[in-house]
Design a binder for this molecule. Structure first.
Ligand code: ARG
Length: 599
């Protein structure tokens, strides 16, 4: 099913070509900002008129005279200097609703991408031996949503968890584990994850302790460095201990992914360590291409256009003077792997905005080396940055003692608080069901609050706001869904078979304004998904869903459904059914937020 916006763009563009004789013209059709002016607005005429040095309003009139949109829109209206305002016809909306209803694939009439790509999405990517903190929440869930949306649109998505599992800190860790957990080490559980005797929280604690020892005790520091060398040269004891530390960390991450309903598995993990053997090649190749040079003993690339505060060329350092490789080196190796081995057409990196400069430089260096091309075609490299999560004091979210807030603790508290809400609203539900709802609402609230904020802004984390039953929140959306479902349950108890009513719809009649408003919004779901995908912005989806719930509310206040006159009932049941299906699809399939039938 082609979306209205695509058809309008095509036809208006073609009419503009006919009038102007230009090779091609962009109609630039956008959703109208105010429903007063219609549903869409074409803004393209002004730019073309400027180019041709002609009166835009006249040009708009000529274009409109050439247009045949009678099957989709009411007669177009020209506004201001040459905007064309467009209003969908009820018959068109009705026909679209029937098509969505007829789609039995669960895709709500939305076609897949005609030219699917292979996409790598790099997200979550926490660091081993540290608990995931709230900063990793955003990468994890935004990356998950982007992956789900692109996959739904038909692309082949390869998820990559670029785990921070390598570096000199592992020398300290191994040294410490070996001394203080000798029983665990010696217990023969060689291939068991270390978590059997040591949690990641312990590990984080011991990382801190190890760091202190490292700083204070030269002998200890030397031994830690020896462990780094042993690890890097593949010493079995070192590798075995390292591997157990990594596995223990990963197990805890996986538990959080599962709780968050994030589609990441152990198969998606390709950590920094996976690129170890490629690092000398990265540096060697850049040197041979005369792109990397030595500067103060370090090997650097100086991509054009990047300057320090003092106006000096800014280095992208790929090897330190002691021979160690860096984050940047690994990212170059990973990029080559994704282009050459995974055959990515596009690589999307989801990290906080403090890494913007890193990725700008990475992409530039890749371009200089020609590593962003395969078979002569450019691979699209995209950094999707996001802002910070703030506490209610407006500063980055911290615990009272000033530490990063642990993701697990945050989720536990959200579920706990959601349980209180359920308890209050619905004390008579069986305990098991209450627990299920609390989990869906609590975790959903944390995710939805994140998604509904503008990705690039910071936002204030507030349990009370995200768990509020009104406003653009998960509980509100989940409640809206449960409410539509309750209408359907009521219908069944009255002996009304919804599938039967929806099978033979007869004429859909959208005469009530709230029916038409809701119907129009339902047929525009594809648009919301496409713009969310194009800008990598989940908040376009939450905004769409919120608007849907509100239009449904207005409709349901005005229009009786089960007690509607027989001729009107199928239309209204269809509006209910499609509202439920769209909310369910948006929340659960694209945002990974569970819906509940009852709240
Ligand atoms: N481990 C990094 C961090 O916690 C994020 C890695 C992002 N991905 C990448 N390819 N650099 O900040």
């Amino acid at each position: 099913m082609k979306s209205a916006i695509d058809i309008l763009n095509e036809r208006i563009g073609a009419a503009m070509v006919r009038v102007t004789g230009c090779q091609s013209c962009a109609a630039i059709v956008r959703p109208a900002t105010d429903p007063k002016f219609g549903d869409y607005q074409a803004n393209g005429v002004m730019a073309v008129a400027k180019q041709l040095k002609t009166n835009p309003r006249k040009l708009a009139e000529q274009v409109v005279a050439q247009l045949d949109l009678g099957d989709i829109c009411e007669p177009p209206e020209i506004a201001g200097p040459g905007f064309i305002n467009l209003r969908l016809k009820p018959q068109y909306v009705a026909a679209q609703l029937r098509q969505i209803n007829a789609d039995s694939t669960g895709r709500l009439g939305i076609a897949g991408e005609p030219e699917p790509q292979t996409l790598v999405v790099d997200f979550s990517s926490p660091n081993v031996a540290k608990q995931m903190h709230v900063g990793h929440l955003r990468s994890t869930i935004i990356g998950d949503c982007i992956s789900r949306v692109l996959e739904f649109l038909g692309h082949r998505v390869i998820r990559q968890n670029h785990l921070g599992d390598w570096g000199t800190q592992f020398g300290m860790l191994i040294r410490y584990v070996q001394e203080h957990f000798s029983d665990v080490v010696a217990s023969g559980m060689r291939e068991e994850p270390l978590s059997k005797g040591l949690s990641v929280a312990d590990m984080e604690d011991l990382y801190r302790k190890a760091k202190h020892r490292y700083d204070d005790d030269p002998q200890y520091a030397k031994e830690a460095r020896d462990w780094v060398v042993r690890l890097q040269s593949g010493d079995p004891e070192a590798v075995s201990l390292w591997r157990r530390i990594v596995r223990a960390s990963l197990e805890e991450c996986q538990a959080i992914y599962d709780q968050l309903n994030v589609q990441l598995t152990q198969n998606d993990v390709r950590g920094e360590s996976a690129y170890n053997n490629d690092l000398p090649g990265v540096v060697g190749d850049l040197k041979r291409a005369s792109l990397a040079t030595e500067s103060d003993g370090a090997v650097c690339v100086f991509p054009p256009g990047f300057k320090t505060k003092e106006g000096e060329p800014l280095p992208f350092i790929i090897q330190k003077s002691d021979g160690a490789y860096l984050y940047a080196t690994t990212d170059l190796a990973a990029l080559r792997y994704r282009v050459d081995v995974l055959k990515a057409d596009r690589i999307v990196y989801v990290t906080d905005s403090r890494q913007i400069l890193h990725f700008q430089m990475l992409f530039k260096v890749a371009e200089m080396a020609g590593w962003d091309r395969r078979d002569g075609r450019k691979v699209e490299l995209v950094h999707v940055p996001f802002g910070s999560v703030l506490g209610e004091d407006g500063k980055p979210l911290k615990t009272r003692s000033g530490e990063n807030v642990k993701l697990q603790e945050l989720l536990d508290e959200a579920v706990e608080r959601a349980r209180a809400v359920v308890e209050e609203k619905n004390p008579d539900l069986p305990p098991q069901q209450k627990a299920k709802i609390a989990a869906a609402v609590g975790v959903g609230a944390v995710k939805y609050a994140d998604y509904s904020n503008n990705r690039t802004s910071d936002y204030v984390f507030s349990f009370s706001k995200m768990l509020a039953m009104d406003g653009n929140t998960a509980p509100y959306m989940q409640y809206a869904y449960a409410r539509v479902k309750s209408i359907e349950r009521k219908a069944e108890s009255k002996g009304v078979s919804i599938p039967d009513e929806l099978r033979d719809l007869g004429n859909l009649d959208l005469t009530e304004p709230t029916e038409l408003d809701l119907g129009k919004h339902l047929v525009r779901y594809a648009e919301a998904i496409e713009s969310a995908a194009a800008d990598y912005r989940p908040n376009y989806l939450t905004a769409y869903l919120y608007e849907l719930a509100q239009r449904f509310s207005a409709f349901y206040t005005e229009c009786p459904v089960l007690d509607a006159p027989p001729a009107k009932r199928p239309t209204r049941l269809l509006l209910c059914d499609l509202t439920a299906k769209t909310i369910q699809h948006g929340l659960s399939q694209l945002l990974g937020i569970q819906v509940v039938e009852q709240m």
